[in-house]
Design a binder for this molecule. Sequence first.
Ligand SMILES: [Zn+2]
Length: 283
Amino acid sequence: MKKLFYLFIALVLPAALFAAEDINKQVDKSPKEQPSQTEKHGDGKQGKPPALALDAQRFEFVRTNLVSTFYHELAHALIDIMDLPVYGQEEDAADVFSVVVIERLFDDEAALNINSGGAMGFKVDADDRMSKGREWDWADEHGPDMQRYYNIACLTYGRAPEQRSDFATKMEIPEDRAEVCGEEFTLAKRSWGPVIEQLEGAKTGEHIRFRQSARTGLQQRAAGVIEAQVKLVNDTFDLPKHLRVTVKRCSRGRNMYAFYSSNRHKITVCTNYIDELYRTAPR
Ligand SMILES: [Zn+2]
């Protein structure tokens, strides 16, 4: 059966559009980010919307979360089109993939920023949930937000424990957990590494096609972030089947932020999610 992997996050959509819309959520959120050079590419494209005065720090939160989420969704797509075995929760496997592939595609500083932002996205969600007195839905297919936060932070730290002790401190990874992060990353790399190498060495000519129907300046710029990731993946990997990635407004009444549709081989990133990230970005 085809599954839709989607994340919902607790949110309150912009009053103008979704005034009393409820929120519930679970975002198929995953890890997120991209290199600054590609972002410039995104920024300049289409030369269209009048430069919106976006807060740089808040947009960085949007950018890193989108990149992390993009690779999380790409993991779902790869598991599907490559018939990969998953020994455990697929959502966890997708988080692990996002960290490993980001560490592979980006330089040290960029990868750290992306994975750090991706982890923080879950903390923001957890804090928001707690402030509203809502308990985690334990039946959800995703792990609890703070578990995902620590998992991503630990793997990221474990990539280079000697150089990233400041990161472990900043992310408040408990000492007991920090001790095993190096081993966790090694296992993660051993598990996903061969898959990534297979994609790097493939000569299938199958790539990702990108489309977007973003509206606002923020959404346009954010779509550029996703488009840059698609380009990076297309420049780096060949896939067994082509995929589609689209950035579009998702149906109202549902708080879907990003998801993979296996029957259509398509990753959708909702503009609702972009707006939500910008709204909830730490100040
Ligand atoms: Zn997912």
